[in-house]
Design a protein. Structure first.
Length: 168
């Protein structure tokens, strides 16, 4: 798979999927804050994990998962540095995200396993703990400008993946 072709075509479908999973698991609506941080951390950890896997796979012969089959981009969307951390403005501004729901948005077994496992962990963390974790990211710090009123500087996707490939 080519590096820039996202694994998931439509981030709004992923957002609707996350909302539904959260409702099923937690028996309540997901907050906009947790939805945004879940989308961000899914992108960041996926990209970092795949990049790190590609780097280490080239150094060894055993292949459990061929990381070269996967794009480092879980999805392609603008991510901006807002006050409470990274935000996907297109998802944030969509007042009816549930209309995008598709049960099979996660087509690959490996992708489904990765997303399901990470969501299970993210759902257990409080909203503002997720904010604290995101605020520790170098990329967010670099692009967040506390002196502006709009707080909408775009965080380059490559820089997010670069940072997370060193964290994993």
């Amino acid at each position: 798979m080519k590096k820039n072709i996202p694994v998931i075509d439509n981030v709004k479908e992923l957002a609707a999927y996350i909302r539904k999973r959260y409702q099923e698991q937690m028996q309540r609506e997901i907050s906009p804050l947790k939805l945004q941080k879940s989308l961000y951390f899914l992108f960041a950890y996926w990209g970092g994990f795949i990049r790190k896997g590609k780097q280490s796979q080239s150094k060894r012969n055993s292949i459990e998962v061929d990381y070269n089959e996967f794009s480092e981009y879980l999805y392609k969307a603008n991510i901006e540095a807002w006050v409470y951390g990274p935000v996907l403005p297109d998802v944030y501004r969509d007042s009816d995200i549930d209309r995008h729901y598709r049960a099979n948005v996660l087509s690959e077994g490996f992708v489904t396993e990765f997303v399901t496992d990470l969501l299970g962990q993210l759902f257990k963390v409080s909203d503002f703990r997720l904010v604290d974790i995101a605020h520790a990211d170098k990329v967010w710090k670099k692009y967040f400008n506390p002196n502006t009123t709009t707080h909408n500087n775009e965080m380059p996707l490559e820089e997010i993946i670069d940072e997370y490939s060193t964290k994993i």
